[in-house]
Each structure stands twice: as structure tokens, then as C-alpha cells.
Design a protein around this ligand. Structure first.
Ligand SMILES: [Zn+2]
Length: 220
């Protein structure tokens, strides 16, 4: 029986939740959105002691993706095996290739990153050995993806949906209507019971947000 466990590490000045998800039975797991503070992520990995089989990215913003290249390099050296970076959707490539430039604005030393595998709607990914569906949820960024497992009743939604809020869309490439559509037409129909982890602050359930999130207005 898998024993799935999760931990979140706030990274970067933006306090972004880097997620560690692993199976205590197999000792294998996945790191999601290592935006920075790679030494802190490595300390946390040393404490829970699992082999990282891949790094997943929900979208291309610096606080989610800025540490991915450095973490991959460090883990491959430690583990002596490839650690692929998977995601987001290819439409976020312009953000991933602008990480160095974005970082200089915040005095952060980041690296651009090109994933080993782009993700698209309908793909599946392995997280701690469990199969998760990939949902393309644009609006916050054009290539944002979410990972959902109806079997485990768990979703990882990045900056699409928060407890009591939704992702910001005041970027030149932002699209608020697309964001709300993705939440209401792709995420919420998966069921009120789904618990989610998000990029900032505490998680929640789809049911709680459907009922009380002011940005969703009780619809859905
Ligand atoms: Zn973001």
C-alpha cells in the first residue's frame, strides 16, 4: 500500500509553496515548483530522505521555476541518475527563458530552464508513483497546468486557485475570464471533496471554494 506524504517549503521572498510529495513505502517522490532557496529544499529532502524521480513545474513564474535548473543539477549529482523536469505547457516557454532577467529585478540569482518534457491537456504525470492528470488552466499564465488525482482526491493547482482568492491576471499576458473558466469548467467539476495544494498560503477544498470564494461568486 502506498503511503503518500506531503510537505511544503515556502521559498523565495514571495513565500511560494514548494511541495514535496513522496511515498514512504517506496522511498520515491517528486518536487513541485522549486522556485528558489535550493539549499533549503535540499535540507528538507535530507530530513525526509526520499529519492527524487522528477521535478514538476505548474507554470513559468520565477517563484515557481527559478530554482529548477539548480535543483536538477544538484539532485543528479547526488543520486547519480537523471531527474527530468516536466511541465508546464509550452506556452510558458517565454517566461522560463526570461527567469534570469526577471530575477535581476528582485536581486535573485536564477537560471533559465528548458523542461525535459512539456506537458499538455490530457497528459498524465507520475507524482510519488501515483498517476495524476494534467489540466491546462491558462489565465494567470498562458501555459499554466494543474495536476489532479481523483483517486486520491488531491489537486496541485499552483497559482490558479487559492483559499479565498484566485491567481492574479494583471500581467500583459493575463486573462481573468480564461482563469475563471478553467476553475469553473475544469477544476470544480472534479468534486467538492478534492483537497488542493496551492502556490501561496494554505490549501483548501474545491467544495469550500465553490461555496465561499468571492471570485467564484457561488457559481459552478
Ligand atoms: Zn505565478
Amino acid at each position: 500500500m502506498p503511503q503518500i506524504q506531503a510537505a511544503q517549503i515556502p521559498v523565495t521572498p514571495f513565500q511560494q509553496n514548494c511541495a514535496l510529495i513522496w511515498d514512504a513505502e517506496t522511498g520515491r517522490g517528486t518536487v513541485i515548483d522549486p522556485g528558489g532557496d535550493v539549499p533549503r529544499i535540499l535540507v528538507a529532502l535530507d530530513q525526509v530522505k526520499f529519492t527524487v524521480d522528477r521535478i514538476l513545474l505548474t507554470h513559468g513564474h520565477l517563484d515557481h521555476a527559478g530554482g529548477a535548473a539548480a535543483l536538477k543539477r544538484e539532485l543528479e549529482a547526488r543520486q547519480g541518475a537523471p531527474v527530468p523536469i516536466e511541465g508546464p505547457d509550452r506556452r510558458d516557454d517565454f517566461l522560463l527563458q526570461g527567469l534570469v532577467e526577471q530575477g535581476t529585478r528582485y536581486q535573485m540569482e536564477l537560471e533559465n530552464v528548458t523542461p525535459d518534457r512539456w506537458l499538455a491537456e490530457g497528459d498524465t504525470v507520475s507524482i510519488a508513483g501515483q498517476e495524476f492528470a494534467v489540466l491546462h488552466c491558462p489565465g494567470h499564465t498562458p501555459g499554466h497546468v494543474a495536476f489532479v488525482s481523483p483517486a486520491l482526491n488531491v489537486a496541485i493547482v499552483g497559482d490558479v486557485l487559492f483559499r479565498g482568492s484566485v491567481g492574479r491576471t494583471d500581467f500583459p499576458y493575463g486573462d481573468h475570464a480564461a482563469l475563471i473558466d478553467a476553475i469553473e469548467q475544469k477544476l470544480l467539476p472534479l468534486g467538492d471533496q478534492i483537497q488542493f495544494l496551492c502556490g501561496h498560503g494554505p490549501g483548501s477544498t474545491f467544495g469550500e471554494e465553490r461555496r465561499s470564494n468571492p471570485f467564484l461568486n457561488g457559481r459552478g
